[in-house]
Ligand binder design. Structure first.
Ligand SMILES: N[C@@H](CCC(=O)N[C@@H](CS)C(=O)NCC(=O)O)C(=O)O
Length: 173
């Protein structure tokens, strides 16, 4: 856990670790990474023993990769822009029209995921995978930043993810 304030993340010590000042960062021995989806792939490859993802190269694995990357590369982008344009750095102005448009885009992506989840407990069906971890994080952003338009079709899935003991352990501080 780090101090998420702009001031703390602007410190040269943190910029040395994370050049854009962002989180998260992973250290594993001499390895350092600051891209979350890539960290997950690395952790699964090194420590996963086949857990949390289908057999690499299978069609289920393609579907797994699709959702794992959709969550961070497409769905979370407009939500990140809500953060970027919803605050004022020195010399910058909040841009409300961008915030509203990015909220719309986030809700559209969330609705698309809700449509996919109809009749499924998890993104790939009955089995929880690491793609649900990526997606859960992005759904948390959507709920935080666009609470009034949160797609109801995501609710049961999001509740299911939050009820997992691993989620509770990870978020209990
Ligand atoms: N694609 C990157 C995104 C990292 C990112 O934007 N992190 C956010 C928190 S979720 C952050 O640090 N935002 C603060 C900022 O950009 O100043 C990843 O998944 O690691």
């Amino acid at each position: 856990m780090i101090d998420f304030s702009i001031e703390w993340r602007a410190r040269p010590e943190w910029r040395e670790i994370s050049p854009l000042g962002k989180v998260p960062v992973l250290f594993d021995g001499d390895t350092k990474m600051y891209e979350s989806g890539a960290m997950m792939d690395y952790v699964l490859a090194k420590y996963g023993n086949g857990a949390l993802q289908p057999e690499p190269g299978s069609s289920d694995h393609a579907e797994y990769l699709h959702w794992h990357w959709f969550a961070e590369a497409t769905f979370s982008r407009p939500l990140g822009e809500i953060v970027n344009h919803g605050r004022e750095f020195p010399g910058e102005k909040r841009i409300d029209a961008v915030v509203a448009e990015m909220a719309n885009r986030g809700v559209l992506a969330g609705q698309m995921v809700a449509d996919h989840l109809q009749g499924r407990a998890y993104l790939l069906g009955d089995t929880f995978t690491a793609a649900d971890i990526s997606m859960g994080y992005t759904i948390m952003l959507l709920e935080n930043f666009v609470p009034d338009k949160f797609p109801e079709g995501l609710r049961a899935y999001w509740d299911r993810l939050q009820a997992r003991p691993a989620y509770q352990k990870a978020t209990s501080g």
